[in-house]
Design a protein around this ligand. Structure first.
Ligand code: UFG
Length: 341
């Protein structure tokens, strides 16, 4: 069985990916420092897939621990590197926290890949690298614009660090997956997103408002140049996203990648406005949502959604879930963790 290291594997996207990797017959080793996730997630992964992944708790910015880890597990064939901080607003207030964590961990991993002969890495990137694209849907060839936040910049710099490393170490290969807006939870509601504190993202804020944890959803801006005035995003089910990682890992371990560094957009190709998401949530959940329109949120782009042609054709992968599936799974998860019938 091929061993895959999943960094950040107890986190939101990492845990769903661990399930799909195990379902596909890979052996998963998770490394996580549990800074933004909990150990119980391992029980959830085991409950869904029937297998408990190997787990090692340490911080990937500690180079000695990273090297010791790869010495202990010499048969790892590929890495999926999720572990990173991801709160846009916090990154503006604490840029060095973001650069240290997101960049140093990547450097340590790439160094170890070279030293311990781990040939492939799948890297979690973001559509944030495109900023506000000039033309939509956005393709992988769209220019990278100046990042709006240290978080976004850390993703851009990470992609550059990987590319520079591949030039110097031709035995290494990488796939960067640029996520659009990952949302939803596993359909079993055994794992899902667990935001710390007040959620910054739309869907967890909606489900927490419906569950009574938040009084009111603020919709950030209704004067955008979009049909209903609210901003447009491409919301992709986290399980669809997880499955794309399995395809990407297979591509690396089977040496089917066509270039040492490949980039794929992971989205649905459908742009949806905030109000469309709110309406769909009300319909799917039967809950009336208390919301108000407020000013735009600084740093938000007006509209972005993916051209998925390259990912669909080259990976043979396509997002399957509908918006209703996504919101139903998010609501089922919220109700489960809040004990709502
Ligand atoms: N929104 C609201 N109210 C809220 C939260 C969000 O109206 O309470 C709106 C936002 O203004 C935006 C849309 O809902 O128009 C989606 O916002 P999210 O915060 O859910 O997602 P973003 O598109 O802002 O951010 C996501 C990821 C980031 C990443 C960014 C760009 O969460 O990590 O995409 O890639 F940086």
């Amino acid at each position: 069985m091929k061993q895959i290291l999943v960094t950040g594997g107890t986190g939101y996207i990492g845990s769903h990916t661990a399930v799909e990797l195990q379902n596909a017959g890979f052996e998963v080793i998770i490394v996580d420092n549990l800074s933004n996730s909990s150990i119980e997630v391992l029980d959830g992964i085991e409950e869904i897939s029937g297998i408990r992944p190997v787990f090692e708790q340490f911080d990937l910015i500690d180079k000695e621990k990273v090297d010791a880890f790869f010495g202990k597990y010499p048969n790892i064939e590929a890495i999926i590197h999720f572990a990173a901080f991801k709160a846009v607003g916090e990154s503006v207030a604490l840029p060095l926290k973001y650069y240290r964590n997101n960049l140093v961990s990547l450097v340590n991993i790439l160094d170890a890949m070279d030293q311990f002969n781990v040939p492939g890495i799948v890297f979690s990137s973001s559509c944030t690298v495109y900023g506000q694209p000039e033309s939509l849907p956005v393709t992988e060839n769209a220019p990278i614009l100046k990042a709006n936040s240290p978080y976004g910049n850390s993703k851009q710099i990470s992609e550059e660090i990987i590319q520079d490393t591949l030039v110097a170490c031709p035995k290494l290969n990488a796939i960067a997956l640029r996520y659009f807006n990952p949302v939803g939870a596993h359909p079993t509601a055994i794992i899902g997103e667990l935001p710390l504190g007040v959620p910054q993202n739309l869907v967890p804020f909606i489900t927490q408002t419906a569950a009574g944890l938040r009084n009111q959803l603020s919709i950030f801006g209704s004067d955008y140049d979009t049909p209903d005035g609210t901003a447009i995003r491409d919301y992709i089910h986290v399980v669809d996203l997880a499955k794309a990682h399995v395809v990407a890992v297979k591509r690396l371990v089977e040496s089917k990648n066509k270039k040492p560094f490949e980039v794929f957009n992971l989205g649905t190709g459908n742009g949806l406005s905030v109000l469309e998401v709110v309406d769909a949530f009300e319909r799917v959940s039967g809950q009336k949502l208390n919301y108000k329109i407020v000013d735009r949120r600084p740093g938000d782009v007006e509209k972005v959604y993916a051209d998925t042609t390259f990912a669909n054709e080259e990976l043979g992968w396509k997002a399957e879930s509908t918006l209703d599936d996504i919101l139903a799974s998010a609501w089922k998860w919220e109700k489960k963790i809040r004990g709502i019938e």
